[in-house]
Design a protein around this ligand. Structure first.
Ligand code: C2R
Length: 169
């Protein structure tokens, strides 16, 4: 039975609201995309390298001891990590497949979870979308995160509009 654990109290800005796991240090470029977005939105986070295959005991300990509200799990190849994180918690888990020689291996490992253990999946290497999805979850209970997300969306909109002007040759 997965424990409920204790979720950190206070604003997502003041606690490690998102816990990012990566299966290896080699996944760092994908994790950096998530970290950049969380920093931009002012959301607190923690990053851990731990592997369901190589250090299963550390994954279990880190998840069960985490006070974060949402987990992001980044892994390539046979990506068991997001599913194993989800098996140790009742909090939402977002999986990020990492690209490699095959690509479908990590995508299917994350998308094809058995019934009863849900993992939300974003696209290949889409660390920024994992962070934005986590932010949307946190925004349900926090107006400051909601407003930071609105600003982010507005900036994206302005970028598209200005790039449309740039291509008027
Ligand atoms: P190395 O570069 O360390 O050999 O790792 C990692 O996420 C990484 O993308 C190669 C790839 O193996 C992945 N890995 C997993 C897991 N642990 C490591 N998929 C896991 O537990 O699921």
């Amino acid at each position: 039975m997965a424990p409920k654990g204790s979720v950190g109290k206070g604003s997502p800005r003041d606690v490690e609201a998102v816990h990012i796991f990566m299966g290896s240090k080699s996944d760092m470029t994908v994790a950096s995309k998530a970290v950049d977005v969380l920093k931009e939105l002012g959301i607190g986070y923690k990053v851990t390298v731990a592997s369901a295959h190589r250090t299963p005991d550390i994954v279990e300990r880190e998840v069960k001891g985490s006070s974060s509200r949402v987990f992001i799990a980044i892994a390539g190849l046979s990506a068991a990590l997001p599913g194993v994180v989800a098996s140790h918690t009742l909090r939402p888990v977002i999986g990020v497949p990492v690209s490699g020689q095959v690509n479908l291996d990590s995508i299917l490992s994350i998308v094809q979870m058995p019934p009863g253990v849900p993992v939300a999946a974003v696209g290949l290497d889409r660390g920024e979308n994992a962070a934005l999805l986590a932010a949307r979850m946190l925004a349900l209970g926090d107006e400051k995160v909601q407003s930071a997300l609105s600003t982010y969306m507005q900036r994206m909109r302005e970028k598209v509009i200005s790039s449309s002007k740039e291509v008027q040759l």
